[in-house]
Ligand binder design. Structure first.
Ligand code: UD1
Length: 339
């Protein structure tokens, strides 16, 4: 059986990917320090897949914790989700972000090399395209970053490219996610942000469920169809499937490749509000607020390379994204803390 180490496996994307990996017949070793995730998510994943999952409570910045993994398990490939992701916090605490996201990846790769495992899938982000000169966005567009979070993704991409250049035995896939939303169709696992959410969908969902009085829409004077920001929202189950497809090719790769994971369709903030109202049967109150610093007008993927190389394309539409988010949010208004 092929064994996959999933760092950050208790988090939003990691937990959904773990389900599809197990359903595809992989053995998963889940590694997480629970700094921004709950053990409850793993219990629920175990219920969905009807089996126990090997869980290691550890930090990717700790070579000792990683030694524990690699000495006890023969790992064939790593999917590296572990990292911090709040843009605002990254501006306030850049060293925390560079330490976790960059040093963590370096420590992980050194351990991998030490134990002879040289296949890694890395969670990158469309944030590395900065403010794209045009859309849809192709993988070879110029890269830039406007905050420490984005720079940490950009630097790790470069570090992994250098790692391959120095040792062609590595197989490296950099997956650039667009805007992950949605939840497992069971409604038992989903995104559970700490405190105030950073992203649009949790805000909409929390407004619909009554946890927030209204949604602030950050600007309605962008050069887009209705003036609000346009993004490529992608269902987390589609994103998870992209990782399974990436694993299918990784061992024959002997390269570094970079792949956009998006749907190719951009939706505005108002499109998302309307679709969520339909899915939830609730009215979402909103107010137009000033633009958020650092936001761009429009961002959506050209997903053709993913189709060509992975035979992957997004299947879930905007209605499914909103319906699944609503099922999760309405069944778990306080996320995993409800129990
Ligand atoms: C944000 C991050 C980006 C990260 C990505 C992935 C910023 C500036 N960028 O991107 O680095 O990779 O998440 O999770 O934080 N919006 C509102 N009201 C809200 C929240 C958002 O109107 O309360 C709007 C935004 O202006 C934007 C859209 O909704 O037009 C999506 O916002 P968000 O979910 O934060 O994602 P990004 O800005 O694309």
């Amino acid at each position: 059986m092929t064994t996959i180490l999933v760092t950050g496996g208790a988090g939003y994307i990691g937990s959904h990917t773990t389900i599809l990996l197990i359903e595809a017949g992989y053995e998963v070793i889940l590694f997480d320090n629970f700094s921004n995730a709950s053990k409850e998510s793993i219990k629920r994943v175990e219920k969905i897949v009807e089996q126990n999952i090997t869980l290691i409570d550890g930090n990717v910045c700790s070579s000792e914790d990683l030694d524990t993994v690699f000495t006890h398990h023969s790992i064939d490939a790593v999917i590296h989700f572990a990292g911090l992701k709040a843009v605002g916090e990254s501006v306030e605490k850049p060293l925390k972000y560079y330490e976790n996201n960059i040093s963590g990846t370096i420590t992980l790769c050194k351990s991998m090399a030490k134990y002879g495992c040289k296949s890694i899938i890395f969670s990158s982000s469309a944030t590395v395209y900065g403010d794209p000169h045009t859309t849809p966005i192709l993988e070879d567009f110029p890269l830039s970053a406007t905050n420490p979070y984005g720079r940490s993704k950009l630097f790790v991409e470069e570090i992994l490219r250098d790692t391959y250049m120095a040792d062609n035995d590595w197989n490296i896939i950099l997956l650039r996610y667009f805007n992950p939303v949605g939840a497992h169709p069971s409604g038992t696992i989903g995104e559970d942000p700490n405190d105030v959410p950073n992203n649009l969908m949790p805000f909409i969902a929390q407004t619909a469920v009554g946890k927030r009085a209204f949604l602030s829409i950050f600007g309605n004077d962008y050069n887009t169809k209705d003036g609000t920001g346009v993004r490529d929202y992608i269902h987390v189950m589609d994103l998870a499937e992209g990782h399974v497809k990436a694993l299918n090719i990784i061992h024959s790769l002997n390269q570094v490749i970079t792949i956009n994971l998006g749907t190719g369709t951009g939706y505005s903030v108002l499109d998302m509000v309307k679709s969520f109202e339909k899915a939830s049967g609730r009215t979402i109150s909103y107010k137009i607020a000033p633009r958020r610093t650092g936001d761009i007008a429009s961002c959506f993927a050209d997903p053709h390379y993913a189709k060509e190389i992975l035979n992957w394309e997004a299947k879930y539409d905007i209605d499914a994204m909103c319906e699944d988010t609503w099922r999760w949010q309405s069944n778990n208004p306080n996320g995993y803390k409800a129990l």
